[in-house]
Design a protein around this ligand. Structure first.
Ligand code: ATP
Length: 283
């Protein structure tokens, strides 16, 4: 499908058009155009600093573009009001590398906090949430396999379990889109595979559109429907994962500009002493 035809697809849930984001002298996103179809598992690959988190944070309006347009679930995010963005974020869940749970709070209450955006007033303690919310939270915990941990402190769980709690907290909003910013970067390989398989299964079962940044190429190929590669803020790969090889995916990194070798002070001093000698020897 041509880019123009893709952009004409009314089923597109996320659309970025010519999005550029600059932080001072750094261009984090450079003229990015992409669209995301519903009910798919989309994985962003790219070196550190290639712009993955920045892209995700434009989708729910946590960042505003320097130029370009972003539409998420029909909302023109690039110039939406704070109120519109708050409403949008009830339909766009987000999970992070470091889970962002409240450690001393029970697992169940952490999941209930996912509903705060649609409840009036502050809440203190599990029983300040309506019974329906507590029951929904319990059901979401069961769906991620953690019903038996409901009354444990969140910080007593393993990293993989904590990320499942964060997923349950996002799911209690019944989001249409789930953004996942390196959700397994702090986990061991077995927990990482478990969390990514859970996200893929949830995407399928609940018709949820997932946009997830990852560093693990093999994991991306195992779970993704589509892979988008970023390099230096530009989209350098965008294709279905089916039939994609590891070396195809590694191309995303191959075109990266080589980082300069760090110069250690002692080496720099030695080099400075030798340069005049070398210059004299060559003259
Ligand atoms: N708030 C900010 N202020 C200044 N520069 C920023 C900010 N956020 C990101 N950047 C810069 O934008 C570029 C892209 O960063 P980003 O975090 O999007 O990359 P990434 O691909 O997600 O990296 P990683 O895989 O390490 O998380 C980097 O050069 C980064 O330093």
């Amino acid at each position: 499908m041509s880019a123009a035809a893709a952009l004409a697809d009314t089923e597109t849930v996320i659309r970025l058009e010519n999005v550029t984001k600059r932080f001072g002298a750094v261009t984090a996103l450079d003229d990015v155009t992409m669209d995301v179809a519903p009910r798919r598992m989309n994985v962003l690959l790219g070196l550190s600093g290639s712009g993955k988190s920045t892209l995700l944070r434009h989708v729910n309006g946590l960042h505003r573009p320097t130029s370009g347009r972003i539409s998420t679930l029909g909302v023109e995010v690039h110039d939406a009001s704070a109120r519109t963005l708050r409403e949008l974020r009830c339909r766009v869940g987000m999970i992070f590398q470091h889970f962002h749970l409240v450690g001393p709070m029970s697992v169940l209450e952490n999941v209930c906090t996912g509903k705060l955006g649609s409840l009036r007033g502050p809440r203190f303690g599990l029983f300040s949430y309506p019974r329906a919310v507590r029951e929904a939270a319990m059901a979401e915990l069961a769906s991620v396999g953690l019903a038996d941990k409901a009354f444990q402190r969140a910080d007593t769980l393993s990293g993989g379990q904590q990320q499942r709690v964060a997923i349950a907290r996002a799911l209690i909003q019944h989001p249409t889109v789930l953004l996942a910013d390196e959700p397994v970067a702090s986990l061991d390989p077995v927990s990482s595979a478990g969390v990514m398989e859970l996200l893929a299964a949830i995407s399928q079962e609940r018709d949820l559109t997932v946009l997830c940044s990852l560093h693990q190429v093999d994991l991306a190929l195992d779970v993704a429907d589509r892979v988008v590669g970023l390099n230096d803020g530009r989209v350098v790969l965008d294709r279905d994962a089916a039939g994609m090889s590891r070396s195809d995916a590694l191309e995303v990194y191959a075109s990266a500009p080589a980082a300069p070798e760090p110069v250690r002070p002692a080496v720099a001093a030695r080099t400075a002493r030798r340069v005049p000698r070398l210059a004299r020897a060559g003259s």
